[in-house]
Design a protein around this ligand. Structure first.
Ligand code: ZN
Length: 116
């Protein structure tokens, strides 16, 4: 796994440059030096993945997104999958935040029910 120093996202070892920022990827970010990360969840929707990262950061939980190489799959939703990693010491807090996000999503009324 490699990291982009710009957007802090993680990518496959095979990738040399960040597909978004064109930055050269590094093996480890300075701010991750003393932190052990564990997997929180898999997400297909990039917007939801970024929402989760925002919420985690708001709560001072160190986190990052790992994604499969996006330049091979340029169509959103077609095979792109994100994995959210969080600081192992804060996994319980992260899980409860994730549950809150899922719950608030389910409660939100649909914009229109024409499709169903
Ligand atoms: Zn980047």
């Amino acid at each position: 796994m490699k990291f982009c120093p710009e957007c802090k996202n993680a990518f496959n070892e095979d990738i040399e440059k960040c597909p978004n920022c064109k930055e050269i990827l590094v093996d480890k970010l300075d701010e991750h030096q003393d932190i052990e990360f564990v997997e929180l969840c898999d997400i297909e929707d990039p917007f939801k993945a970024n929402l989760i990262i925002d919420v985690l950061e708001d709560n001072n939980i160190e986190s990052y997104l790992y994604s499969e190489p996006v330049h091979i799959y340029p169509i959103p939703g077609e095979g792109i999958q994100f994995t959210v990693y969080v600081n192992k010491e804060k996994i319980d807090h992260a899980k409860s935040l994730l549950e809150d996000i899922e719950r608030s999503e389910n409660m939100e009324p649909l914009p229109d029910d024409e499709s169903t």
